[in-house]
Design a binder for this molecule. Sequence first.
Ligand code: MN
Length: 598
Amino acid sequence: MDVDAGHGAALGRALPTQAPAAKDLPLGKRLRSFLSFPGNDEDPVAKLTKTHRGIHPSADAGVLRRSYAIAENMHRGQMRKSGDPYITHPLAVAQICAELGMDTTTLVAALLHDTVEDTSYTLEALHSDFGPEVTHLVDGVTKFDKAFYGKAAEAETIRKMIVAAGKDVRVLVIKLADRLHNMRTLDARSPASRARIATATLDVLVPLCDRLGIQALKRDLDDVVLYHLEPDSYARIDDHVQNRPGWQDYLAQVSSKARSALRRSRVTAEVTARPRHYYSIWKDTVAGGHAVPFDLPRIAVIVDGPATDCYAALGAIHGQWRPVAGRFKDFIASPKNNLYRSLHTTVTGPDGRLVEVLIRTEQMHRYSEFGVATTYRYPKTAETTDPSGADQLSWLKRVLDWQQDTDAAQFLASLRCDLAEGQITVFAHGQAFELPSASTPVDLAYELSPDTGDQCLAATINGRLAPLSSPLRDGDVVEIFAETDEHVAVEPNAPRGPRKEWLGFVKSSQAQMQINRYFDEKNEPGMSIADKVKLGRATIGLTLRKHDRGLASEVPLRRLAEELGYPDLETMLVAVCERNLEPDMVVEQLIALVDHPD
Ligand code: MN
């Protein structure tokens, strides 16, 4: 594929084009625009079909035509704020999905994604016309009725979407494409609603896109958010990128020298210039306090071979140009939490200018561009799952664990918090744990188990004793000491249990929830049944997480309660909360029940 497709190219422009409105055209042209249908305009789905067939040659174009016809019919008479017929929106959303390489089902659902919400078309009709898969996808992106749910509608809608995505991640891909197109056409809205929508996008959807690893889509979302929130910065960066004499020549020179160096080392690789997108330039400019946009020339080396060839390529590049100390990062050995894998280095290139170099295999490159969409884009590839064996969706499954324990507003708050924080990986007891960045040993202790959390006394970080409030860093090796450890001598009068002040520094939703549970139980022995049910459920969710599992439905829990002889699920959850029933045992049986239903 074309590695050069750096800024915005993968998905078309990041920005809305200001197509002249029909009324601004001279009369002759205006008439022509009404009367003539030159070329592809005759068939509104021609472009979509072409893009889709370009990636999936045997795809069925008939169903695209059929779904377009229904969507067009249902939306007929509706206009967008820009004055365009409404159907242009679902068509554009489907086009974005097609460019990502999504399958036909996704495109059909994208064409129909607003019908149930905005027209008289019902889920039942959709189901009988297009089947359960498309129905699930459309339902997943359909908003809850504001009139009915009131203020909670937004949070409920996001929760619904996440739960639906747990069953089928294509829901989120459609939602992200939907938002990208809405953001591109935001110019027709008032400045206040532009700012509100852009901020909400930055808040939840951009980080979701990042977690799903779809960089091709995230770049475009990033840039369009910047355009709406920081129009002046956007213009300044645009000006900088468009007007820098010698930049292209320099990149060509660097690429050609890199190719020679790789050839001498017998590494087969493609080298291309890889421009940064505007948002990333803006971030580095602001972060570094630079007065002018800060953007180093960057090249990508895509090796044709196994991962080990990346290191051979790195050797060749470092042999050619001196690396800048501290700038080398190995995301192959330690992938980012969205499974992004690549080597990053900065070298002192020709004329003493710094040059950034990305090195990865073709397969890593696909994953870094398309993330969860990769399996749809390349369905015939021998390895459709990531070779590292990890799963871009494990994060999503974990989110699903705690979504059941909270009301929608709390869920959204936790989701925002979880998304806002970067994540770090720390090691304890020979295992890796992912935590929100700046998590503390207390967060880790609660991650190990609620009891370890309640009873944790001290911690070492990389072998040194450290306060429980110390922020952990990526790669830290941590040991937690709890009261229950035999070799820990507890002073007889030392206070027991968690401290209230821990709430001031813990970062994870788990730790907060468990510490609150402890004090609720202690201070209010007459805790309500509803709270006990909630906590029982939370405990099971946490225990499931240890097995990297989540629970998308209550059915197995209810069956287990029945099998264990409880009158109902709630009674079993209370037993778990009161520790009359071991959560580990419950989860073991639950997993057995789900994996071997007979
Ligand atoms: Mn829409």
